[in-house]
Design a protein around this ligand. Structure first.
Ligand code: SF4
Ligand code: SF4
Length: 227
């Protein structure tokens, strides 16, 4: 899931002060799990705006904010409210915010959150990064533990010389990723994988902006439109 956290509310309200009316858009997926884009978060934002003398014309928690077409359909029911709104505040990740920008190209759109990383919710409201979206996954060779993300140096072929008592030299609070990988490979009886040298990563696979069109019938024109 995409992990987001709320922006400093005081600064955000200062930024929004130039507008009088707002429509709030959350997201029922990641941002709801993060508590940054669920019903409660939207209601809290609405209260804060009203306390500043602003008008909230409406709000919605769409199913998936980054699914642009689906969000567009969901927003249609509030077209009148949106038309008379000065600005939209999107309470999801940056992708959801840019859905609103695409749907309402002539309206001001502001994010209420900072988008942090791709990770897992390990316990309620506790999030750990799991993947840095390198574009060339090596989990099959590392026992399912990502060295690109879990090793601060992103080492692909075993630990650096700084591992101490199984912990990372960069932070003693985290276990060395390569100790974890070794222990897991050992449990799986796959230690032979530790002897295989992984080639240098092709970092060009991480070059943004990415595009991936898996629909065979996607017209060339569609692709150009998205450039
Ligand atoms: S190897 Fe790359 S794609 Fe696979 S989990 Fe790690 S960062 Fe993500
Ligand atoms: S101690 Fe382990 S996790 Fe830390 S930088 Fe070295 S190899 Fe990476």
């Amino acid at each position: 899931m995409i992990i987001s956290k709320k922006k400093d509310r005081g600064k955000l309200l200062q930024t929004l002060d130039r507008y009088d009316s707002f429509y709030l858009i959350g997201c029922s997926e990641c941002a709801s799990l993060c508590g940054t884009g669920n019903d409660e978060a939207l209601k809290e934002m609405a209260e804060d705006l009203k306390a500043k003398g602003k008008t909230v014309t409406g709000m919605i928690v769409p199913k998936t904010g980054c699914q642009t077409l689906g969000t567009k359909v969901e927003l249609k029911k509030d077209k009148d409210a949106l038309d008379k709104t000065d600005a939209i505040v999107v309470m999801s990740c940056g992708a959801g915010t840019q859905s609103a920008v695409e749907i309402y190209p002539d309206k001001a759109v502001y994010p209420s959150n900072d988008t942090m990383f791709l990770g897992n919710m390990t316990r309620f409201q506790m999030f750990d990064e799991r993947c840095t979206l390198c574009g060339e996954c090596v989990l099959d060779m590392t026992g399912g533990i990502c060295p690109v993300t879990n090793c601060p140096k992103g080492l692909l072929n075993g630990p650096c010389g700084g591992t101490k008592d199984g912990n990372c030299e960069v932070s003693a609070e985290i276990k060395c990723a390569w100790v974890r990988i070794y222990e897991r490979q050992k449990r799986l009886g796959e230690l032979d994988k530790m002897t295989e040298i992984l080639p240098p990563k092709d970092w060009s696979a991480k070059q943004a902006p990415h595009k991936l069109y898996t629909r065979g019938d996607a017209a060339e024109g569609d692709r150009k439109d998205k450039k």
